[in-house]
Design a protein around this ligand. Structure first.
Ligand SMILES: [Mg+2]
Ligand SMILES: [Zn+2]
Length: 181
């Protein structure tokens, strides 16, 4: 069986520039060059694109859930202005110590995505920059792709000998996914 025509993306360090100080406002959300166009290319090719992101800044009291929603509205508009579409933006707002079941590498957000879209994530490309992305992808049988943007270089080093698909950025990862068809 072929995988659903779906691509899952982490947000910070994949779509937009990451910050060690968290992305706390719409103004701090700055796309990585080529990422919006990459989502547009996937959309045009018939892929649904969903975002799954850990946003513990909410749980840490650094910004409100309302601000996070505003950031995501801005991101979705930036994607549509580029000609793409987001099928969903799923986030964990909890503090890492909260023990929730949705903070990646936990899988509750991914399972919700499966239910909402009516698909299995088995074999679905999941593009991330952190070990928590790779772990979440592994846990649901998705296909982990790592980008060098964000903290991807460090993650690649930490993975050591594990053979993972590694790309310069989301644009390169999307080109590879599209070239397979
Ligand atoms: Mg990230
Ligand atoms: Zn959570």
């Amino acid at each position: 069986m072929t995988a659903a025509r779906l691509v899952v993306l982490d947000r910070d360090g994949v779509i937009n520039q990451d910050s060690g100080e968290f992305i706390k406002s719409v103004a701090e959300w700055q796309p990585i060059p080529g990422s919006l166009e990459a989502i547009a290319a996937l959309t045009r090719a018939g892929y649904r694109v969903a975002v799954v992101t850990n946003q513990s800044g909410v749980g840490r009291g650094l910004f409100s859930e309302q601000t996070l929603e505003a950031i995501h509205a801005h991101m979705s508009k930036a994607v549509s202005d580029a000609g793409g579409q987001l099928a969903g933006v799923y986030y964990c707002p909890h503090h890492p110590d909260a023990g929730c079941d949705c903070r990646k590498p936990k899988t509750a957000l991914l399972r919700r995505l499966e239910r909402d879209l009516g698909v299995s994530l088995e074999g679905v490309p999941f593009v991330g920059d952190r070990m928590s992305d790779v772990g979440a992808a592994d846990a649901v049988g998705a296909r982990a792709l790592l980008v060098r943007t964000g903290t991807g270089e460090a993650t690649a080093r930490a993975l050591g000998k594990r053979n993972i698909e590694l790309f310069d950025d989301l644009a390169a990862a999307a080109r590879a996914i599209l070239a397979e068809r």
